[in-house]
Design a binder for this molecule. Structure first.
Ligand code: EPZ
Length: 426
């Protein structure tokens, strides 16, 4: 089991380059299976989730490898549409493969991804969308089998602008017969990236980034080369790290337009944020001010994936702040751990009431999920003393060697691997 040991109290300073977006690369890699041949996907981060997706593509018969930040995947030998349960368990985003496999093979077998630390994570909107396109869905136990002789375009209204459901429907509709219109679609930048990738493969669609996406199905797609967008959540995480340590940090290879709502809240907290073409600078020399209310919302609202990190900043701000989590029903698991470091937070259903404290103190804390883990690292950077963050594998799902990234900014973060002590004693 690995853990990070963090010596807190040091302001971050310097410049780092942000890696490509996990949540753009995953659906793009899933979509590659729709076109036979060799695809080259660039700016792909070296993360656990990416390696699981590559293992799934290999299990489906593809050849796939990551060299540096470039993935080469040859889908011509794909010969299966059954996602292995073991791999499905490792990453619920495997559900993104339903649309592409239905489009390519006319059938797919997956398993209910189940909930995780942040909430129930249902996939009913995915299944309803695929059924609207003519797929038959059969659930027995936790196995889900979908098949369709021919997918046919349809008008689909999403009850909620689900990112994954929007992406699955876009991919299935790209090769369906006729026109599909998705209403109340998710508007995240990763949706726009997927549309751009599909268009380079020959798909016909418009509207990604708005709440209405229109797709005209085509019979065939061709393999292509594509570069995914920078990771806006890793960018936002590093912005918060700079702010809580009262540092001065420049982030390169970013898209400031993807972080408008985050920049707005940071400025309300008194943090200086300046942007240029693909650069963001964050400077904070005084104690941040409380922000009366931060509400997570679908893009372009404040991202749920930066809620834990923002909670750390507000825990150290002057005054009382409220965070309301509207996307997931269980995304406050980091509150107990932050409280053990001295934060003063009370939660009631999906609201957190935060009374800022002048400092937090190092402690041994446990990551419960990807972004909560990142938040605990940020808290450790600001804390007085030493913080040990356990269950680091959660963090590695979304951050490429976070200790090296922060180390480039002067942080003292080391990774340790705990050897199973009982084997040494027996
Ligand atoms: C994507 O998850 C991201 N993951 C998540 O990032 C992100 O938090 C989320 O979008 C919201 O922005 C990837 O892109 C790989 P949703 P996704 O479908 O697609 C409910 C991270 O940290 N819902 O928009 O699963 C669901 O329960 C991860 O990188 C249904 O009810 O998110 C949740 O409450 C965490 N039925 C809400 O919608 C459905 O069929 C948002 O889910 C689908 C979703």
């Amino acid at each position: 089991m690995e853990k990070l040991v963090i010596e807190g109290g040091k302001p971050l300073s310097g410049t780092i380059r942000i890696h490509g977006a996990k949540n753009a690369a995953l659906p793009v890699l899933a979509a590659s299976i729709m076109a036979e041949g060799t695809h080259t996907i660039e700016n792909v981060p070296d993360l656990l989730d990416i390696h699981v997706m590559l293992d799934i593509l290999r299990a489906l018969g593809c050849r796939a490898e990551l060299r540096g930040d470039t993935v080469t995947v040859d889908t011509s030998s794909a010969n299966s549409s059954h996602i292995p349960e073991e791999l499905m368990k490792q990453m619920r985003s495997s559900v993104f493969l339903m649309g592409p496999l239905l489009a390519r093979f006319g059938k797919v077998q997956i398993y209910q991804p189940g909930g995780c630390a942040i909430g129930e994570r249902k996939i009913n909107l995915h299944l309803q969308g695929l059924q609207a396109l003519g797929a038959v869905v059969e659930e027995s136990g936790h196995t889900i089998v979908c098949w369709a002789k021919r997918l046919k375009g349809a008008d689909i209204v999403l009850d909620f602008p689900s990112v994954g459901a929007t992406e699955n429907i876009m991919m299935a509709a790209a090769m369906a017969e006729g026109i599909t219109t998705i209403y109340n679609a998710a508007r995240e930048p990763e949706i726009v990236d997927l549309q751009n990738y599909l268009i380079t493969m020959g798909a016909k669609m418009i509207g990604a980034g708005t709440d209405t996406i229109t797709i005209e199905g085509v019979p065939k797609l061709t393999p292509t080369t594509y570069k995914v967008i920078p990771d806006r959540i890793v960018t936002g995480t590093m912005m918060m790290a700079a702010a809580v340590t009262r540092g001065n940090v420049t982030l390169e290879n970013v898209n400031p337009a993807h972080l408008t709502s985050v920049t707005h809240v940071l400025k309300r907290a008194g943090v200086q944020v300046t942007t240029d073409d693909d650069i963001i600078n964050v400077t904070c020399h005084t104690r941040p001010k409380a922000v009366e209310r931060v509400v997570t919302a679908p893009y372009p609202g404040f991202p749920t994936d930066l809620q834990p990190q923002m909670m750390v900043l507000l825990s150290l701000a002057e005054g009382i702040s409220i965070i309301k989590e509207t996307i997931f029903d269980g995304r406050f698991k980091h509150v107990d751990e932050l409280s053990r470091m001295g934060a003063d937070i009370r939660t009631d259903l999906n609201s957190a009431f935060i009374r800022g404290v002048p400092r937090v103190y190092g402690a041994t804390v446990e990551s419960t999920d990807l972004r909560a883990g990142a938040a605990l690292v940020i808290a450790g950077l600001a804390a007085r003393g030493t913080t040990v963050v356990e269950q680091v594998h959660h963090i590695d799902r979304g951050y490429d060697r976070i200790e090296l990234l922060l180390g480039q900014l002067g942080a003292k973060v080391s990774r340790y691997t705990e050897v199973a002590s009982k084997s040494l004693l027996s």
